[in-house]
Design a protein. Structure first.
Length: 205
């Protein structure tokens, strides 16, 4: 594929026309500059583009709240208390699991804390956490918070996985070597399935 690549606007537009996901572009609002031109929007990890359907969906929730107050949890076309169950089938497809194997709760950072409370059980000789250097900042803050909670120094406890010199992505073999090198000192390995900054997948260990 790389041999066929052409660094030109013509080639890029050709690929756009062939993209099977191209139709979904029209489902979103694009910010515009002062000249009224649509932005080229590449920030998808923190706050993506607003779906055109979002305003209607939010207004329906607000209207249900207005009409029913707290009873909106149980009444209306989409009772709030059922959200987690209704979202399970769609989320199961995204994460590659059965609906019965997943739970939709809280925010990502809260969930990370809940997971680490369960799985990070450090001891004086086994307290280190292995995490990628380019992990999302709030993930790293959560790890540091848990390390301090257990009475350890994040500078000593947190080991960051880094790419080799002049490379962008850490190699899988280097990650495995780091785990072997630390041995029994490792209390937790925390790697996201997909790195938000580089797009590197860690799902094939």
């Amino acid at each position: 594929m790389s041999a066929l690549f052409q660094n030109s606007v013509h080639f890029s537009k050709k690929l756009d026309r062939q993209d099977p996901l191209r139709k979904y572009r029209s489902f979103f609002h694009f910010p515009k500059n002062d000249n009224g031109e649509e932005a080229i929007y590449l920030c998808g990890n923190s706050l993506g583009l607003q779906p055109k359907s979002a305003a209607q969906e939010v207004n329906e929730v607000l209207l249900n709240w207005q009409k029913r107050g707290v009873e909106g949890h149980f009444e209306g076309e989409n009772p709030w208390i059922e959200y987690n169950e209704k979202l399970k089938p769609s989320m199961a497809k995204i994460v590659g699991a059965k609906s019965s194997e997943i739970a939709i709760v809280n925010t990502l950072t809260v969930n990370l804390h809940l997971l680490m409370i369960s799985f990070y059980r450090p001891k004086p000789d086994r307290f280190k956490v292995l995490i990628e250097k380019d992990a999302f900042p709030s993930d790293k803050y959560a790890v540091a918070s848990q390390v301090r909670f257990h009475g350890y120094d994040p500078k000593k406890a947190i080991v960051e996985i880094q790419p080799r010199d002049r490379e962008i992505l850490p190699r899988q073999e280097d990650i495995l070597k780091q785990i072997d090198k630390l041995g029994n000192e490792v209390a937790l390995v925390m790697l996201g399935g997909l790195n938000y900054f580089t797009g590197q997948a860690f799902a094939h260990f």
